[in-house]
Design a protein around this ligand. Structure first.
Ligand code: GN1
Ligand code: MG
Length: 370
């Protein structure tokens, strides 16, 4: 039997409740964290596809908690979507395929955690929005996602990566990486390090507001980049939100901020030409309109008031994380070339600058929405 990246995909697929013959499987390399394979089987003479994933247990030390969250939220979302309009439920939310024993994941002999999802056909995803309306569509989709989960108690989902958006701890981790300089890269990243030190107060703004009692914990997605939204190939409508690994208790601003980061920038996350990187106001306006059209129903006034600043906080935190990983020798985010994490960090810092320049305009726009 053939192996892919040292794994026997056919044997792994046979662990799940898939009543079809294995045809082939290949790696899909876009995510930064997990290993993903696209699997084709034949069922009744027709090809049928699945996603098979190995959960990264360095990033997620308790994969069983991740899978608890995924199962709980996908089932809740499916129920909600079904109540609204019951067609295409396995297309409009992710659907886990249980193992033969009925578990949501399979653990192999080496301790790897594997899961299978129904593959959603005739969809496309993107890194960058090319039309302002797409920012509106994604904003609306995540607003709806949060709204559908709003009646599920945040205590029911586990915090799978503690302190994921804790800016203070992210700065501390950066300072540790600078002091250790284990990969000898500090000298080449001085300007980026200086930027983080200048902006360090920004990184903790949201958590401080939460600690003051201004912002409630809810269930959030926590990885709302545009890549995690699937669009229908024919209609261009949003079909499904994917990548539920970081669904956890969180502030709605973590989601809105990460949308600001990815939906308003015309450049890739690792763009080297920083002149291309900027916060496009028109895209921000569409995003805010779309998001508030759904989330406006349940947000408090204080949550609304903090939306405009969330982009700079989340973008800075991610920049700090990329920079820290670069200094540590790329042990967390997958890289495809040397220096990629530093390039990613620089893009985030350029976005933070652009957001700071336009902050007043963004605040006024949101305030005017009511
Ligand atoms: C990581 O692997 P992926 O692409 O789902 C990261 C997110 C970052 C994102 C940046 C668990 O997500 O926090 O925002 O890269 N996920 C984790 O592209 O750290
Ligand atoms: Mg993710």
């Amino acid at each position: 039997m053939t192996e892919t990246n040292g794994f026997n995909l056919q044997k792994l697929v046979s662990q799940f409740q898939i009543v079809a013959e294995f045809v082939e499987g290949h790696a899909w390399t876009k995510g930064h964290i997990n290993d993903t394979y696209i699997i084709t089987c034949r069922q009744g003479g027709t090809p049928i596809r699945y996603i098979l994933q190995r959960v990264n247990h360095h990033v997620f030390p308790y994969p069983e908690l991740v899978m608890h969250n995924v199962k709980l939220t996908t089932e809740h979302l499916r129920k909600k979507i079904g109540e609204e309009n019951s067609h295409d439920l396995t297309r409009r939310t992710m659907t886990l395929v249980p193992t033969r024993g009925g578990a949501p994941y399979y653990r192999d002999r080496d301790g790897n955690c594997w899961r299978a999802y129904v593959f959603i056909e005739r969809v496309t995803s993107m890194h960058v929005a090319v039309l302002p309306a797409q920012a509106g569509q994604v904003g609306r989709a995540f607003g709806m996602f949060q709204k559908r989960l709003a009646d599920l108690s945040p205590e029911k989902v586990q915090e799978t990566i503690p302190d994921f958006h804790n800016g203070l701890l992210r700065i501390e981790a950066l300072e540790k990486a600078v002091a250790a300089d284990s990969a000898g890269r500090v000298a080449g990243a001085q300007a980026a390090i200086d930027f983080c030190r200048q902006q360090r107060d920004v990184a903790s703004l949201l958590l401080e507001a939460h600690e003051r009692g201004d912002l409630p914990m809810r269930i959030t997605h926590n990885d709302t980049k545009i890549d995690n939204v699937l669009f229908d190939c024919d209609s261009g409508e949003v079909v499904c939100i994917v990548d539920l690994d970081t669904v956890m208790p969180g502030l709605v601003h973590y989601d809105f901020g990460d949308m600001m980061r990815t939906l308003t920038s015309p450049a890739d996350e690792d763009e080297r030409n920083l002149a291309k990187v900027t916060m496009r106001m028109e895209y921000f306006e569409e995003l805010a309109n779309g998001y508030l059209a759904e989330a406006g129903e349940f947000l408090t006034q204080s949550e609304r008031d903090h939306l405009a600043i969330s982009g700079k906080v989340i973008t800075l935190i991610l920049g700090i994380r990329f920079l820290t990983d670069h200094l540590n020798g790329d042990t967390y985010f997958r890289v495809h070339r040397e220096g990629q994490n530093l390039d990613r960090a620089r893009v985030q810092f350029k976005m933070v600058e652009s957001m700071l320049e336009q902050e007043e305009a963004m605040k006024s726009f949101i305030a005017a929405l009511g």
